[in-house]
Write a protein that binds this ligand. Structure first.
Ligand SMILES: *Cc1c(COP(=O)(O)O)cnc(C)c1O
Length: 344
């Protein structure tokens, strides 16, 4: 099976497993795991923040941001296709007790005017608009990059109006690999940042939350409250450190694979696909529904996921090769309904 469902399906490499086996560990609830401490210091430095905290998932990292930057009843501005709004099981409401205010971006990108207009003036009968949460790269828009000047404009307006800013950087590594802009430059305008180690980097588990020392201190208590206090977590942190040292530099190859897949799909009849900016290929089926298409494709040995009635996502990662991509293109051409046949 050529598995393009997500960049989370990778298996730890031999080198990574060896690093995990050899990891120095201790009890992290006592702050005594040297591998966890090293990972946190490494990621804090990469993101230009004072401190960082290792968490089991990106969701928990985003939760820590909501808890650190809002009070119950506060409102958070998000884009309508964002992960925090669509793919976090309602945690923002259930756990952080905030109201999410979804704005419709263009290709997922918000404008400064949209953000400015969405911030409530502060009447006591309204929720207090307290936080702007942005994603980079944008998952549901298809791995789209937020231009740095736009990020500065959006966070500038937010700050002027007294809002805090959070960056869901699950794939921030991909943004930097695509543009050459350092992660810390993307992170600079934000109070808090979440990054994932378990996506394109290929670690089996883990995300990191980074912020000022004071916010991380608060988040540490919240992480414990949410059940995220782990013990000899250095076994996992070692995989993250290994991924940063040995896998991060390979991310640009996933972007090459994405462009190759998109070019191949474009040649097939009945598919509309933009040029991918990073490792995600999001495409539209013009003549058929995603469900039956994905079923036949799976029977032909390729797995992708639906992202709408006729929208399909294919995500590149280190466990698929260029040859796999060519096989996937051939499989898609085979299963495409003949041109002109309309399947409602
Ligand atoms: C994957 C992802 C997350 C975190 O997902 P977890 O499965 O909780 O680690 C957060 N934001 C975005 C944009 C993502 O793609």
């Amino acid at each position: 099976m050529i598995d393009l469902r997500s960049d989370t399906v990778t298996r730890p490499t031999e080198g990574m497993r060896k690093a995990m086996y050899e990891a120095e560990v201790g009890d992290d609830v006592f702050g005594e795991d040297p591998s966890v401490n090293k990972l946190q210091a490494t990621v804090a430095a990469l993101l230009g923040k004072e401190a960082a905290l290792f968490v089991p998932s990106g969701l928990m990292g985003n939760q820590l941001a909501l808890h650190a930057l809002t009070r119950p009843g506060d409102e958070v501005l998000v884009e309508q296709s964002s992960h925090i709004f669509n793919h976090e099981s309602g945690a923002a409401g259930a756990l952080a007790h905030v109201v999410l205010h979804p704005l419709q971006g263009r290709d997922g990108l918000l404008s400064a005017r949209q953000v400015a207009n969405a911030i409530r003036p502060g009447n006591y009968w309204e929720a207090r608009t307290r936080l702007l949460s942005l994603e980079n790269t944008l998952n549901a828009a298809g791995g789209v990059l937020y231009p740095l000047p736009t990020l500065h404009a959006l966070t500038g307006i937010a700050r002027e109006r007294g809002l805090a800013c959070h960056l869901d950087g699950a794939r921030l590594w991909n943004a930097s690999a695509a543009t050459g802009i350092a992660e810390k430059d993307y992170a600079a305008p934000f109070d808090t940042v979440t990054v994932c180690l378990s996506k394109g980097l290929g670690a089996p588990v883990g995300s990191v939350f980074a912020a000022s020392a004071a916010l991380v201190k608060h988040a540490h208590r919240v992480r414990k409250m949410l059940g995220g206090g782990m013990r000899q977590a250095g076994i996992l942190a070692a995989a993250g450190l290994y991924a940063l040292r040995h896998h991060r530099q390979d991310l640009a190859e996933d972007h090459v694979k994405a462009r190759r897949l998109a070019a191949g799909l474009r040649a097939a009849q009945g598919i509309q696909v933009p040029v991918p900016q990073t490792n995600i290929v999001m495409f539209e089926l013009l003549n058929q529904q995603a469900g039956p298409f994905l079923e036949s494709l799976r029977a032909a040995g390729v797995a992708m996921v639906p992202f709408g009635p006729r929208t399909v996502r294919a995500t590149m990662h280190r466990d698929v090769s260029i040859a796999d991509i060519d096989r996937a293109i051939a499989a898609v051409s085979r299963v495409m309904a003949p041109a002109g046949s309309i399947v409602p």
